[in-house]
Write a protein that binds this ligand. Sequence first.
Ligand SMILES: [Zn+2]
Length: 322
Amino acid sequence: LAIARNHTATHLLHRALREVLGSHVKQAGSLVAPERLRFDFVHHARTTEEEIGRVEALVNRAVQEDREVRTEVLPFAEAAKRGAMALFGEKYGERVRLVSVEGFSLELCGGTHVARTGEIGPFLVVSESAIGSGTRRIEAITGAGAFRRIQEDRETLARISRVLRATPEEALQRVESLHERIQALEKELAKARTSGAGDRARDLLDRAVPVNGVRVVAAVVDGADSSSLQGIVDRYQSEEKSLVAVLGTKTEGKAFVVGMVSRDLTEKGLSAGDLVGKVAALVGGRGGGKPTFAQAGGKEPEKLAEALGTVPDLVRAALGGG
Ligand SMILES: [Zn+2]
C-alpha cells in the first residue's frame, strides 16, 4: 500500500507541477519507494518556495477531496484524444492502460495505485533541487511517514524554543534579534581589538632603541598570535619612518617572527628579509621575505628573546657602523 500511495501521489504531483509551473513541465524520471517518492522534471527555471508551497497545497487538496482512482485499458488513440499525459519518447502499444484520478489527472501508466486519493494521507515535499541543466528533482513523503515528519519538525521547533526560552511563535523573532546582537558585539569586539593592537604598537615603539639614527624595536610579544603581530608591523609600515621592527611570539609551541623595515631605510641597505632570516636561523627555523616585510617560523621558541636581542647589532652591521 505504501508504494501504491506514493505512486498515486506521483501522478498528483505531476499534475500539480503543470498547474503551478506551466504545461511545459515534463516528467524526466521517477522513483517510487515505500518510504518516499522522487520525481524528476524538465523546467528551465528555479522554483520558489512559494511555488513548491502551492504544489504541495494542490496535492493535499486532491487528497482531501478523496477522488476516485480508476484504471482502464483502451486504444492509444482514444487515450490521447482524452488528453492523457504520456511519457515523451516512450513506446506505447496499440492498447494502453490509463490511470485517471477523477477530475484531476489522466496518465498512461502500468503501476499499482490506491483506489481513492484519500488513502495517500498527508503529502510533504522534503526537498527540491537542480539535478542538471533544465532538470529538477522533487522528493516527497506521504502517509504515516509524512505525519511522523510533521511531529519531528514540531518537536525540533519545541526544543529550539526551549533553548531560546520563547514560545514556538516567538522563536523566529528571538533568533533574528540574537543574530543582530551578535553582529553588534562582533563589531564592538573588532573595534576593541584594533585599539588594543594600537596600544601595544605604541608601547613597543616607546621601547625602541636608537642605532645610528635608526629606531629599532625588537621584542618578544607574549600572548600575541601571528596575525596580531602582522597587524602591528603593517601599522608601523604605514605610519612610521626610520624604523626597524622585528617581533616574535610563541604560538602553538613554535616561534613566529615578523619584521619590517620602513621604506626610507631599504635604500640604506637594510632588509627585513635578511633580518628575519638571521633571527629565524637562531630559533631553529628559516624564512624571509621582501626588504620591507618578512616573516618566519622556528622550532625553538625558547631562544626567541636571545635571537631578537641580536637585532640592534644586525642593524648596526647592515648600516656599516661596525
Ligand atoms: Zn504511474
